[in-house]
Design a protein around this ligand. Structure first.
Ligand SMILES: Cc1cc2nc3c(=O)[nH]c(=O)nc-3n(C[C@H](O)[C@H](O)[C@H](O)COP(=O)(O)OP(=O)(O)OC[C@H]3O[C@@H](n4cnc5c(N)ncnc54)[C@H](O)[C@@H]3O)c2cc1C
Length: 381
């Protein structure tokens, strides 16, 4: 497998690194305090095509490969993990669900505005009582003439307050459950009966907007079903493979930023009359951090490359997400340790990286859920 980046990959990576360095990183601390992103940065990113990164050019997208897209996303994550996850949910979960499984009519109707950033997507799978156990979804979709009536509540919806389009998974056949009884719908925000809750107060990724979203007798045309009736579980699983590769790259971005801070701090901070970088205990920490990040990067590139080749990446995307998110948490913890007491203060960015890292082992499937996917694939092989 060749992990050499193409000219296109390198160009996109450079453009994203430039945007991150000039516009995102200098403001990330402030946006974290404000717990949100200003409209102007969303507009700027829309102008650059960041809301249609994976979509075909015919809908106004950049039509990037998984590898190129994730090279750019890692750069954004290194600057602001919350901004990155906002884009990741929109691009790799919501746009992809419609683009890969939606009808031509749905694609033509919704994708141009989504690619332009005029309509932001939110992915509504998790419910208050259905997290890891996705098969226990309760949100219902009952057929009534040419429409479906949706009732239920979704939890922890990223982009909940920004979204113009909700991608909603609901039960169309309770008897069949996850085995052919779930379906997926594209529901525009202006459909009557949708209530978006208050913004959740979170530990990290505070610039992302997370809310509960409820659906009360929401009437959706049958034409807004994504894929066939009963294919919802399959769609959710395939789409989450994209998302997991994205979270692997998000983890690498946060970890890399923390390592860079740790290296530069260790060269500046003096104790016992010398920079702490002179102590082998600190050097070995840096060496372990860098080695794990590079090992994670190989897993993440393998999953992204295989996905671009059209392979089933259930196992590989889970391995990448598991290892990179665990590495991220290991690295940020060591980065705080290298900063000593200063690492615990908001004055240094490692404090934010430490908070942002935690969720990488939780969302888009916990580490335990990744272990379940990996082991079930191994036992199938
Ligand atoms: C900031 C944030 C943003 C999110 N964004 C979205 C979003 O946009 N859309 C969306 O649909 N969801 C979203 N989620 C939800 C996220 O995917 C879930 O939180 C996650 O899947 C875990 O579900 P849960 O929180 O209900 O935990 P639970 O499933 O209740 O798990 C609790 C603990 O038990 C463990 N556990 C559960 N079952 C088993 C088992 N069989 N074996 C071993 N251990 C087990 C879990 O690993 C975990 O450690 C988001 C979550 C957060 C925190």
């Amino acid at each position: 497998m060749d992990f050499k980046l193409s000219e296109d990959d390198l160009m996109l990576q450079e453009t994203a690194a430039d945007l991150a360095a000039k516009r995102i990183k200098p403001n990330a601390e402030k946006w974290d305090e404000e717990e949100g992103l200003p409209q102007e940065i969303l507009d700027e990113m829309a102008e650059l095509g960041y809301f249609g990164m994976l979509l075909p050019e015919e809908y106004g997208g950049l039509e990037l490969t998984t590898v190129t897209y994730n090279c750019a996303m890692e750069e954004l994550a290194a600057a602001c993990a919350g901004l990155m996850v906002m884009l990741s949910v929109h691009n790799s979960l919501c746009c992809e669900a419609i683009n890969r499984f939606g009808s031509d009519e749905l694609k033509q109707k919704y994708l141009p505005d989504m690619a332009a950033g005029k309509t932001i997507g939110a992915y509504c799978l998790t419910e208050p009582n259905a997290g890891t156990d996705v098969a226990s979804l309760k949100t219902s979709a009952v057929k009534k003439g040419d429409n479906y009536i949706i009732n239920g509540t979704k939890a922890f919806v990223t982009n909940g307050g920004l979204a113009g389009m909700f991608i909603v998974f609901a039960v169309t056949d309770p008897e069949k459950g996850a085995k052919g009884g779930f379906s997926c719908f594209a529901i525009p925000k202006d459909t009557p009966g949708i209530t978006v809750g208050a913004k959740e107060k979170k530990m990290g990724v505070k610039t992302s907007d997370t809310r509960e979203v409820s659906f009360a007798d929401v009437e959706v045309p049958a034409a807004n079903m994504i894929g066939e009736e009963g294919s919802g579980f399959k769609i959710a699983v395939i789409i989450l493979n994209n998302g997991r590769i994205g979270i692997a790259f998000q983890s690498l971005g946060i970890a890399r930023a923390a390592l860079e801070e740790a290296i530069s701090y260790s060269k500046e901070r003096k104790q016992f009359g010398q920079p702490i970088a002179g102590f082998q205990a600190i050097q070995f920490k840096l060496a372990h951090m860098a080695t794990k990040i590079d090992a994670g990067r190989l897993l993440a590139f393998r999953a992204a490359t295989m996905k671009d080749e059209g392979a089933n990446v259930a196992k590989e995307s889970s391995m990448a997400k598991l290892f990179c998110s665990q590495t991220c948490n290991y690295v940020v913890n060591e980065a705080v340790q290298i900063h000593g007491g200063y690492g615990y203060m908001k004055e240094y960015p490692v404090e934010r990286y430490f908070r942002d890292a935690r969720v990488t082992e939780i969302y888009e499937g916990t580490s335990e859920a990744q272990l379940m996917v990996i082991s079930s694939q191994l036992l199938k092989e």
